[in-house]
Design a protein around this ligand. Structure first.
Ligand SMILES: Nc1ncnc2c1ncn2[C@@H]1O[C@H](COP(=O)(O)OP(=O)(O)OP(=O)(O)O)[C@@H](O)[C@H]1O
Ligand SMILES: [Mg+2]
Length: 380
């Protein structure tokens, strides 16, 4: 706490002078170019961290045994990330900071925590933290990963292998928890308690492109904690301590991160090594883009409805997803489409928007329903 009390934030050299977020600014920072650099007045014992720490890998640890439920192994095989498991694990073992960029649905959030767990990163009793910007994502990803690992349900098991922690609730968290999904605000609070995150072997910062104030400050703090943990590890092993606290690994994940801003950021990484970038390119389904010949500027909801009906009429069976920016537009489309079911739109379902204005219980129900649908579609 004392460490954070003396925290000062400043815009990076690369950021325009106006880009530094005001402390009370809770709005997303997407679109801004700078990251939050953190100057810390550290206790004397921690100030001796070298600016370019060594990156000697920690010794290999025993791999935990994982028994996956039937069908999970096959489903994972189809994910692009799983084809790169070795490359991802190697990158994390060689570097203290790794940036993973991959297309949406490639398996970043669900697979990378499992790879690191199976690689033995938590064998010394430490945890891997996976941060999500939103509570719903933290809970549903946690449940999915617990399922894939054949681990107990975090909602009903008090001390589970995989747990979650958000501002208002927690599930499955206990001494045996090795994978902990949490919102970035919760991990930020953990940094107040212990800047070096001594209970953690790795932190996976997911959806880094969303650039909330929490994520940016967290990144600033972690960029300081990583070299300090490395310095402590190097010092302890040089002194012959076989049980030295391993270095902290930081993985920053995103589907759309502007990687150059991040990788070449001297204010974040100083004279230390540049983070390694691993790109997961493939998409699971081929995508082709067709543009309307004329852009309807006024009644675009009506134009979307007409196009949806035309697709249903002309193309083979399937589903159409229509995205709108606001609830009013969704309601406008829903009334003519779902309210009066027609042969051209035989079955219509309104997917509530992912706005934070919705009550959290309702958002959670939506995420659970969509998870169940995805699972059953896979089985078919
Ligand atoms: N709760 C769930 N139930 C069933 N399947 C799921 C669940 N969560 C994810 N999946 C499936 O696992 C696969 C990988 O999803 P994951 O969320 O790991 O991808 P991602 O790369 O993180 O995508 P994004 O960039 O959108 O966050 C997807 O095909 C998805 O359909
Ligand atoms: Mg994800």
């Amino acid at each position: 706490m004392a460490q954070l009390a003396s925290l000062k934030t400043s815009a990076l050299a690369t950021a325009p002078a106006t880009a530094a977020p005001a402390p009370e600014d809770a709005a997303p920072l997407a679109g801004r170019t700078g990251y939050v650099a953190v100057d810390l007045e550290l206790p004397a014992a921690l100030r001796s961290a070298p600016s370019a720490p060594s990156a000697a890998p920690a010794p290999a640890r025993p791999r935990p045994a994982v028994v996956r439920p039937p069908g999970v192994a096959e489903a994972r095989q189809a994910l692009p990330c799983c084809g790169m498991e070795q490359e991802l694990v190697d990158a994390v073992s060689r570097n203290d900071v790794v940036v993973v960029c991959g297309a949406t649905g490639s398996g970043k959030s669900t697979q990378l925590p499992q790879f690191l767990y199976e690689a033995g990163l938590t064998a010394t009793g430490l945890r891997i933290a996976v941060t999500q910007p939103r509570r719903v994502a933290a809970v549903t990803t946690c449940e999915r990963v617990a399922h894939e690992l054949g681990a107990p349900d975090p909602k009903t098991t008090p001390d589970a292998l995989v747990g979650y922690r958000t501002r208002y609730d927690a599930g499955g968290v206990g001494p045996s928890t090795r994978l902990l999904f949490e919102t970035d605000g919760v991990l930020l609070n953990e940094c107040k308690r212990d800047l070096l995150l001594r209970d953690y072997a790795a932190v996976i910062l997911d959806e880094a492109h969303e650039r909330s104030l929490n994520t940016d400050v967290l990144l600033g703090l972690l960029s300081r904690a990583v070299p300090l943990r490395r310095a402590h590890y190097d010092e302890a092993t040089a002194a012959g301590d076989a049980d030295a606290l391993p270095p902290l690994k930081l993985v920053v994940m995103s589907a759309t991160l502007r990687v150059d801003d991040f990788l070449d950021n001297a204010a974040l990484w100083g004279a230390g090594p540049r983070p390694e970038l691993v790109s997961v390119e493939a998409r699971q389904h081929p995508v082709t883009t067709h543009f309307a010949k004329v852009t309807e500027l006024d009644d675009y909801a009506g134009a979307a409805l007409a196009k949806t009906r035309a697709i249903h009429d002309k193309l083979p069976d399937g589903a159409v997803l229509v995205f709108f920016t606001g609830k009013r537009e969704i309601d406008e489309l829903w009334t003519p489409c779902g309210g009066r079911a027609s042969t051209s739109c035989p079955s219509t379902r309104r997917c509530p928007s992912r706005t934070s204005a919705r009550p959290s219980r309702s958002r959670r129900r939506v995420a659970e329903r969509s998870s169940r649908r995805r699972t059953s579609r896979r089985r078919r």
